[in-house]
Write a protein that binds this ligand. Structure first.
Ligand SMILES: Nc1ncnc2c1ncn2[C@@H]1O[C@H](COP(=O)(O)OP(=O)(O)OP(=O)(O)O)[C@@H](O)[C@H]1O
Ligand SMILES: [Mg+2]
Length: 457
């Protein structure tokens, strides 16, 4: 019997059991199933937006071929199960269902391993008392990502909070990522011992937050990442969200302070509201230094108000109470005033990588590349002062350069040359910043255009 049948039967059984058992909620459905049963908020031409726009998942869960295909990835769901005795397809509606759920349960339990059952709280709830089953409902719930981390949930929440016409600008200010959408994980990053320690501490704090609340320890969960551009502050924060299975709410502070936004203070408040509604989640505030700048200078009153709202919101939010982890990031620690520093209970340094770290980063970057006589240690020696982001750039250039010669295998020499090119470009860029740029005309060094390598988006 093929695995495809197992996929489809599991789906049908889950839909059936969920429909029957009213005690189950959305978090009992595996995320891949939730997605297909999610119904959009209805547009009830109303002004009463705030009340029940998050519609969610409604019973009964009706399974058609296309729904089953989407949930299971099986191309022809009915074909996969049509020869089983306990399944049927209704002629008229095309609906798939179980004629004998008990038989389907037996069939499923004969074939599903522990890992499978462990990620399906709905089925676990129905069978946990049986002798031949050693997975409990509680265990399966524990293994299953909460609905707050699902893209559908995040979208409906954003829609509810930020009216597109009114708050179009808001979408530039905040970005929310579902953990599944984050590509780089902690394994792809080379961390200092200090960074590893802090991350571990944070994960422990999250796990034991009830205990921490009990003993009255509340000053945790607000961390500031400090370091030059390209040292992994953003990537580590996102990877953490991925690792913990939490939504990642990202705010760019320069968006608040660089331009006049009509309702900025209100939008800052909304951002924190969204973070609280998405909790548990990570709220990442990038370019934290722009806050301090605004406070010092003679800025527009509306901006000052926005910044004060921000600082107050930071004070008010808590890992223990709201289940929101706050991570701030800055390239310019020298520009932060005492008021900003004081709001974080841990500071984590993101230095430029040393030789050993560079060699490790190089090994990660090149994991899937084909390079003859590659010597990461030697390249690390050559790249003093370069960040992880710079190293990525060097390799991108080396790869593209080789492609112009139709080569997909690189040599150590290609890389050494790419490092030299990079350094030359970097020098040009610095010159460009100091002069007015007029001296830099075509032909003086092969620099195509000055790259801004501080961002990876
Ligand atoms: N320690 C590292 N290990 C592996 N890769 C790294 C490391 N640091 C940086 N990188 C690479 O550089 C890219 C850019 O890093 P990232 O955007 O996280 O830097 P940042 O510190 O947030 O910079 P900025 O201050 O400009 O926002 C990452 O996507 C990653 O590929
Ligand atoms: Mg960043």
């Amino acid at each position: 019997m093929s695995n495809r049948a197992l996929e489809v039967v599991e789906f049908l059984l889950t839909a059936h059991l969920y429909t029957e058992d009213r005690d189950l909620d959305e978090n009992d459905l595996p995320p891949r199933y939730r997605r297909v049963f999610w119904s959009e908020p209805e547009d009830d031409d109303g002004d009463d937006e705030a009340e029940s726009n998050v519609v969610g998942i409604e019973r009964p869960l009706v399974v058609t071929e296309s729904v089953a295909r989407k949930a299971t990835g099986v191309e022809h769901p009915w074909d996969a199960i049509s020869d089983l005795l306990f399944t049927q397809q209704e002629d008229f509606s095309g609906r798939l269902s179980l004629t004998q759920p008990e038989m389907a349960t037996e069939w499923y339990l004969d074939r599903a391993d522990r890992d499978r059952l462990e990620t399906n709280p709905t089925i676990a709830a129905a069978v946990e008392t049986r002798d031949d089953v050693d997975v409990t409902h509680a265990e399966a719930r524990e293994q299953t990502r909460p609905i707050q981390a699902d893209r559908v949930w995040i979208d409906s929440l954003l829609e509810e909070y930020f009216d597109e016409d009114e708050d179009g600008e808001m979408l530039d200010l905040v970005q929310v990522r579902a953990p599944e959408e984050i590509e780089m994980t902690l394994d792809d990053l080379v961390l200092t011992t200090d960074q590893e320690g802090e991350i571990h501490k944070l994960m422990q704090a999250i796990e034991h937050r009830e205990y921490l609340a009990e003993i009255g320890l509340r000053e945790i969960g607000k961390i500031l990442f400090v370091g030059p551009p390209g040292t992994g502050k953003t990537t580590v924060s996102r990877a953490l969200a991925h690792e913990l299975g939490l939504p990642f709410v990202e705010v760019k502070l320069s968006m608040i302070t660089s331009q006049y936004l009509g309702e900025t203070a209100k939008n800052v408040e909304k951002t924190f509201e969204v973070a609280k509604r998405l909790s548990p989640c990570i709220l990442f505030i990038d370019e934290f230094d722009s806050v301090a700048k605004t406070r010092r200078s003679d800025e527009h009153a509306a901006l000052k108000r926005a910044v004060n709202t921000l600082l107050k919101s930071i004070d008010d939010i808590s890992l223990i109470r709201d289940e929101v982890i706050l991570i701030g990031a800055t390239n310019h620690p020298d520009q932060l005033d005492a008021a900003a520093w004081r709001r974080f209970d841990e500071i984590v340094n993101f230095p430029k990588p040393d030789t050993q770290m560079r060699a490790d980063i190089l090994r990660i970057i090149t994991k899937r590349m084909d390079i003859t006589e590659f010597d990461p240690e030697a390249v690390a020696e050559l790249t003093e002062g370069l960040t992880g982001s710079d190293l990525r750039m060097v390799f991108r250039e080396a790869v593209l350069e080789a492609l112009t010669e139709e080569r997909t295998t690189l040599t150590q020499q290609d890389i050494v040359e790419a490092v030299e090119d990079f350094e030359e470009r970097d020098n040009l860029k610095n010159m460009n910043m100091m002069s007015d740029g007029d001296q830099l005309v075509a032909g003086d060094g092969g620099d195509d255009h000055a790259h801004d390598h501080s961002h990876d988006h």
